[in-house]
Design a binder for this molecule. Structure first.
Ligand code: 1BO
Length: 272
């Protein structure tokens, strides 16, 4: 497994996303993923599956220290005392004494960023998490956050796949030595029927999803594909035995379109 190194953190390049996984399916998929070699699991308070993620981690038999666990604080808990309480609640649900990474799930313009980041840094100093970071931050917000944070921010987790150009966000992350972690990395399954990726895949004996994930990790991005199907778990991790050429990387990057974003909400920031 490759790692993405960022401000002192070593984030496994492929992780399991758990957005919209719940109940026994979630616990079973987490357990299977870890048994297959995954070492990175991503959850969030708002996903309402932290309990099952923790169950899956324990059931896998993989040593806790060998798994990189991320959770996220929802925007309604960004006032300092709430944030600390919320992280502690996540740990209780996960039944872990600490996580590897806690992220601010989305920006919240109604609470001063400095205060929220102060509370996040405090959570790190209390030992509740090894690292801290942000999610769904634009370039301007990354700049503000990097300037205000009392502890290094190790990543910005955003939607990223071949249909969405994230060059500006990637450059801002690079500048601040933050990793970019890609959610919806196979564009919620749309990648699977992509002709261009299928053709490139043919040359490498790989599926379109594997080509897509390889394209991400070759940019030093960590990707967290979600699946509830065990056979897909293996497919998504078997991407470390080949490399894309520069031409292939460029062909895939050219698939980006202004309409490529799949996850948007009324409370989202004005995207770059
Ligand atoms: C509302 C959840 C978005 C992806 O983490």
């Amino acid at each position: 497994m490759l790692f993405v190194e960022a401000n002192g953190a070593k984030i496994p390049a492929i992780g399991l996303g758990t957005w919209e996984l719940s109940g026994r399916t979630c616990a079973r998929v987490v357990e299977q993923a870890l048994r297959l070699g995954y070492r990175h699991v991503d959850t969030a308070q708002i996903y309402d599956n932290e309990r099952e993620v923790g169950d899956g981690v324990r059931a896998s038999g993989v040593r806790r220290d060998d798994v990189f666990v991320t959770t996220k604080v929802w925007t309604s808990h960004f006032v300092p005392n709430d944030l600390e309480r919320s992280v502690k609640e996540s740990l209780v649900k996960l039944r872990l004494s600490s996580v590897d990474l806690v992220l601010l799930h989305w920006p919240n313009p109604h609470v001063p960023l400095e205060e929220t980041l102060g509370a996040l840094a405090h959570a790190k100093r209390m030992g509740l998490t090894r690292h801290i970071g942000v999610s769904n931050f634009t370039v301007a917000l990354i700049e503000q956050a990097a300037a205000l944070s009392g502890e290094p921010l190790v990543c910005n987790q955003v939607e990223y796949h071949p249909y969405l150009d994230q060059a500006k966000v990637r450059a801002a992350c690079d500048q601040h030595r933050m990793a970019l972690v890609a959610y919806s990395p196979i564009a919620r399954g749309r990648i699977k029927s992509d002709q261009t990726l299928a053709e490139i895949g043919h040359a490498h004996h790989k599926t379109p999803a594997q080509i897509c994930l390889r394209w991400l990790v070759q940019q030093n991005v960590s990707a967290i594909p979600r699946t509830s199907r065990v056979e897909r778990l293996s497919e998504n991790i078997e991407i470390f035995d080949f490399a894309l050429t520069e031409d292939e990387m460029a062909i895939i990057s050219a698939l980006a379109s202004p309409k490529g974003r799949l996850t948007d909400f009324g409370f989202a920031p004005k995207w770059d």
